[in-house]
Design a protein around this ligand. Structure first.
Ligand code: GLA
Length: 414
């Protein structure tokens, strides 16, 4: 009898724990869009950069195109917490007026403000991490007006780092999610755990997106090794976990990392990188210095037709449909029975595409969508050149230069 009581009590306790509200629901019905300081500025960030970026969001039409979050990454703090209050201290030189004043400024432009910290004892840049301070940090962010928290995975243990323990990823991110919830201000919670512990399997109730890899490198397909870690060209990231599309969707996205667009790859490679992030329904977080963006980059990142593919309300991540002879074709089901098709030239030279729609039966088993060409015809629209190309009764033909892409939107014809 006694055992039964204990068992019952345990079950109640577990049920209560399981039903503890975690993330704020509904904050990211489509992939979040914004800018993050890391790829260009690393820890060299300041109030001035944030304010200028917010101004440029308006001036350059980024806000109109859907970009909303201005996020500062690592490097915003002093090296120690305040010894009395134990609160994090904004760097006095970089942020002389504190964080709330920059958040207020970003908000005054109709934008949202994001910040960075880490689940471990230090951030990756060696600043104070949040471990053991989850509730006071979340409260502090809420008071400052933070709308987005990127939460990293450095100094979380492991023998390589010389630690005698290893933090549990699910537990670490869950407690921070609960701390945000307790602090009471809705914040996008962006897990940056690098895909080490399969966050796609457990993080949907905890956060709104999770990184699927280590850091992106500024290249098409390279791997840059730095001893105990490596950064990855964007195709390496795309290929790293081929089977995770089923885990992504409204309010819980696979995050393929911040964009390297406008930072030195060729125009064709930038087009492919940006378009693939749209096909993958990844968050679109710019990582370039937007004050130095050229016309071509600006046109690319504000391309409303590509962004519409990314922001499609069904939130279905695209998949690779064909991979042969230096040619990849990616497909993404869209709302209203529409589809996006992205043809990529993976080769080092020109590639002539001649694609007979009717020869390729398309079926996306994940979402039960198919195209049977015997009884359907679609109009074809080039989302990059902004041109109507007739319909699927004729072949699609185009020569793509090295590493270029074409993204077509197909809409059913009555
Ligand atoms: C890690 C993250 C990066 C960036 C840096 C900051 O490497 O993956 O995106 O936030 O830390 O130090």
């Amino acid at each position: 009898m006694k055992t039964k009581h204990i068992l019952a009590a345990t079950l109640v306790a577990c049920a209560t724990l399981n039903s503890v509200a975690q993330k704020f629901e509904g904050l990211a019905p489509t992939p979040p869009m914004g800018w993050n300081s890391w790829n260009t500025f690393a820890c060299d960030i300041s109030e001035k950069t944030v304010k200028e970026t917010a101004d440029l969001f308006i001036k350059l039409g980024l806000k109109d195109a859907g970009y909303e979050y201005v996020v500062i990454d690592d490097g915003w703090m002093e090296m120690e917490r305040d010894p009395e209050t134990l609160l994090l201290v904004p760097n006095k030189v970089k942020f002389p007026n504190g964080i709330k004043s920059v958040a207020d400024y970003v908000h005054s432009k109709g934008l949202k403000f994001g910040i960075y910290n880490c689940a471990g004892i230090y951030t990756c840049g060696g600043y104070p991490g949040t471990r053991g301070f989850e509730f006071i940090d979340a409260k502090q962010y809420a008071e400052w007006g933070v709308d987005f928290l990127k939460f990293d995975w450095c100094s979380t243990g492991g023998e390589n780092g010389g630690y005698a323990y290893q933090q549990d990823a699910k537990a670490s991110y869950t407690i921070m999610s609960q701390a945000i919830r307790k602090a009471g201000r809705p914040m996008i919670f962006n897990l940056c755990e690098w895909g080490n512990n399969n966050p796609w399997e457990w993080a949907a109730p905890v956060g709104h997106s999770w990184r699927v890899s280590g850091d992106i490198a500024l290249c098409w397909d390279c791997e840059l090794n730095y001893g105990n870690w490596a950064s990855l060209g964007f195709w390496q990231i795309i290929r790293k976990h081929p089977d995770i599309r089923k885990y992504s969707g409204p309010d819980h996205w696979n995050d393929y990392d911040m964009l390297e667009v406008g930072r030195g790859m060729t125009a064709a490679e930038d087009r492919t990188h940006f378009s693939m992030w749209c096909m993958l329904a990844s968050p679109l977080i710019l990582g370039n210095d937007i004050s130095k963006m050229n016309k071509e980059t600006l046109e690319l990142v504000t391309n409303k037709e590509l962004i519409a593919v990314n922001q499609d309300k069904l939130g279905i991540q695209g998949y690779r449909f064909i991979n042969e002879d230096g040619f990849e074709l990616w497909v993404k089901p869209l709302s209203n029975d529409e589809w996006a098709f992205a043809f990529v030239n993976m080769t080092e030279g020109d590639l002539k595409i001649s694609y007979d729609w009717a020869r390729h039966y398309v079926k996306d088993g994940l979402v039960s969508r198919e195209i049977n060409w015997n009884n359907s015809k679609f109009s074809v629209r080039d989302c990059i050149d902004h041109k109507d190309l007739g319909d699927t009764s004729k072949k699609f033909e185009k020569t793509l230069t090295r590493h270029d892409i074409v993204v077509l939107r197909l809409a059913p014809k009555k």
